[in-house]
Each structure stands twice: as structure tokens, then as C-alpha cells.
Design a protein around this ligand. Structure first.
Ligand code: AHG
Ligand code: MN
Ligand code: MN
Length: 322
């Protein structure tokens, strides 16, 4: 029988790769591991429990209707991160401002607690996206500058996908590893060691409903994908679209549109996280001109265009856009 490595064992084995103190990464990731299992439990009973499906009746700062599971997942991650004591403050998609814990913790977290949440009610894969940064400031309270670091400063980045199985994928800058939740024992087990994305792929993922809103360059690129008989695949959950393309090879693009010149996706807790992961897996992520990880954030909920996936495809999309 093949050897089974649990996520907890793996983190301990690899903790020497983490630049900071021994054991810190393990503690940091524990909240995500645990919250991931709890969100997974709620997601799986979404069709049964009346208080899980549907809209919360409120909106987040971006004017999007919050789903009940958005709020549940956000509260849960915040509660676990706070109780664990190493994270000083969190920037979440679901909170207008920084959530401060004022505990002097050495790290800050950015997160999209539930990504693709409009897909919850229709039984389609959703996810959680998170990034961990070392704080720049000192003292009890974190500052805005702690969150305005470029993506290249991330000390860890990861996502959880609640799909036909639930997986946690993360990197600390030493490759990417994926763990699948065995629901019978409630444990994430190493299933995808040292993930590498193919340099070239046959999938393009874009919301083509926006086709006439895109620039000529982007439209030309999409037309070219069709001429090459590539497969169009678009779930509408970034984590799920990204995860499929990471494994199979492909490009995901959410370009600028006439209505949204900065695109839709958020730099701090969508683009940066997945950019670090894709680069660690041999792929590429840009905003059309600049490497995502080099962008200097100026706002918490800043948006940016995103071209991410197999290197050759992202390079081609970039040159088509010029
Ligand atoms: P969220 O559910 O966290 O607000 O994110 C939704 C995002 C992302 O998951 C997805 O790729 C994208 O919105 C889809 O946007 P369109 O519906 O405009 O294609
Ligand atoms: Mn999202
Ligand atoms: Mn979300």
C-alpha cells in the first residue's frame, strides 16, 4: 500500500523551507486547514439546510449580494485566525476595512473566504483563496502598509477547492503541493506532490459574454483560440477554473472591459495568490503588461485584469493585446 502523508505531517517535514521561525507556518496553516474542513461540511449540506442556501440580504463593499455561506465562511476564518494569535490583521473580500486583532502577531492575511459564491445554490464548485504576508510594521496594531506589499512578498499562498472532492493547494515559494480531503477520516492527504502546469495547453477560459466589451487585441486572441480549435471552459468560479487549467494546461483571462477598465478580479486576494501558485508551478500571471507579483497595491479592494496559466499561452495573449 502506498504511503500516506497527511497535510499536518507534510507541513512539519517541510518547515525548514519556511524563512521564519520553526513551527510558525504550521500554526498559520492550521486555521485554514480546519476552517476548510468546516466550510466543506457546510457546503456539502447546502441543499439540505435551509439556513445555508441563498442570499444574506446584504451587500459587500463591491455592491455584490452576499450569500449566507460567504458570511459564514468569513466569520469562521476570522474567528479561527484571531484565536490562533499569529495573525495581526486580515483583509477580506467581505469586509470593507482591515479587520484588526491588535495582538502584535507577525503576519497579516488577505482572503476571499468564498470564491464563486454565486455558484453555491446550483451545486457548482467554489473555493477559498488566502495569502499570508510578514508584517512590515511593529507594535500591537497592523497598518495599511502591511497590506500594500507586492505579491512577490507573500510568504505563503493557497486555495481550497470544494469540488467533486475537496482539495487544499499551497506554496511557500518551494513548489506547489495539493492535498485531497478524505472525508471518512477528515484529513487532507498529499495527492498532488510538486505540481507543475504544462507550458502549453488547449483550454481557454474567459467570460465570452463580455466579448464586445474587450479590446481588439483580446478579441483577436480569443478568435485565434477558436481557429486553433481550443476548448472553451468557463465555470465562473475562479478557483475551479484556475485549478482545472493548472492541472491540464490552459489560460484563464479576465481582461479589462469598457465598463470595467481595471477588470473584475481583486489583486490582494485573488490575483496575487493564484499568481504565486502558478509561477511556482512553472506558469505565468500578468495584468496584460506587468507581472502580477510586481504590482504595487494602493487599495485594499483593488482590481486588476488577469491573464494566468500556461506560460506560452499567457505570453501569446500578452503580445496579442499590444
Ligand atoms: P466572488 O464569488 O468571490 O465574488 O468571485 C467571483 C469571481 C470569480 O470567482 C469568477 O471567476 C468571476 O467572478 C466570474 O465573473 P463573471 O461572472 O463576470 O464571469
Ligand atoms: Mn472571488
Ligand atoms: Mn468571494
Amino acid at each position: 500500500m502506498a504511503q500516506i502523508t497527511t497535510l499536518a505531517e507534510f507541513i512539519t517535514e517541510r518547515q525548514h523551507e519556511f524563512t521564519y521561525a520553526t513551527g510558525e507556518l504550521s500554526q498559520l496553516l492550521t486555521s485554514f486547514r480546519l476552517a476548510g474542513k468546516m466550510v466543506n461540511r457546510e457546503v456539502n449540506k447546502a441543499g439540505l439546510a435551509e439556513d445555508i442556501l441563498g442570499a444574506q440580504g446584504s451587500q459587500n463593499i463591491q455592491g455584490e449580494a452576499q450569500q449566507k455561506l460567504d458570511v459564514y465562511a468569513n466569520d469562521l476564518f476570522l474567528r479561527l485566525l484571531k484565536s490562533q494569535g499569529m495573525v495581526c490583521a486580515v483583509a477580506s473580500e467581505e469586509n470593507d476595512d482591515i479587520v484588526h486583532f491588535d495582538n502584535g502577531g507577525k503576519y497579516v492575511v488577505t482572503m476571499d473566504p468564498l470564491d464563486g459564491s454565486s455558484n453555491i445554490d446550483v451545486n457548482v464548485s467554489i473555493g477559498t483563496i488566502f495569502s499570508i504576508y510578514r508584517r512590515l510594521s511593529e507594535g500591537a496594531k497592523a497598518t495599511m502598509d502591511d497590506f500594500m506589499q507586492p505579491g512577490s512578498a507573500q510568504v505563503a499562498a493557497g486555495y481550497i477547492i470544494y469540488g467533486s472532492s475537496t482539495m487544499l493547494v499551497y506554496t511557500t515559494g518551494h513548489g506547489v503541493n495539493g492535498f485531497t480531503l478524505d472525508p471518512s477520516i477528515g484529513t487532507f492527504c498529499l495527492s498532488h506532490p510538486n505540481m507543475q502546469t504544462p507550458a502549453e495547453g488547449k483550454i481557454y477560459s474567459v467570460n465570452e459574454g463580455n466579448y464586445f466589451e474587450f479590446s481588439d487585441g483580446v478579441r483577436n486572441y480569443i478568435d485565434d483560440c477558436k481557429r486553433q480549435l481550443m476548448s472553451a471552459r468557463y465555470i465562473g468560479s475562479l478557483v475551479a477554473d484556475f485549478h482545472r487549467n493548472l492541472l491540464k494546461g490552459g489560460i484563464y483571462l479576465y481582461p479589462a472591459t469598457k465598463k470595467a477598465p481595471k477588470g473584475k478580479l481583486r489583486l490582494l486576494y485573488e490575483a496575487n495568490t493564484l499568481a504565486m501558485i502558478v509561477e511556482q508551478a512553472g506558469g505565468m500571471a500578468t495584468d496584460g503588461t506587468t507581472r502580477i507579483l510586481d504590482l504595487k497595491p494602493t487599495e485594499l479592494h483593488q482590481r486588476c485584469p488577469l491573464y494566468i496559466g500556461s506560460k506560452a499561452m499567457v505570453e501569446k495573449a500578452m503580445s496579442a493585446g499590444k
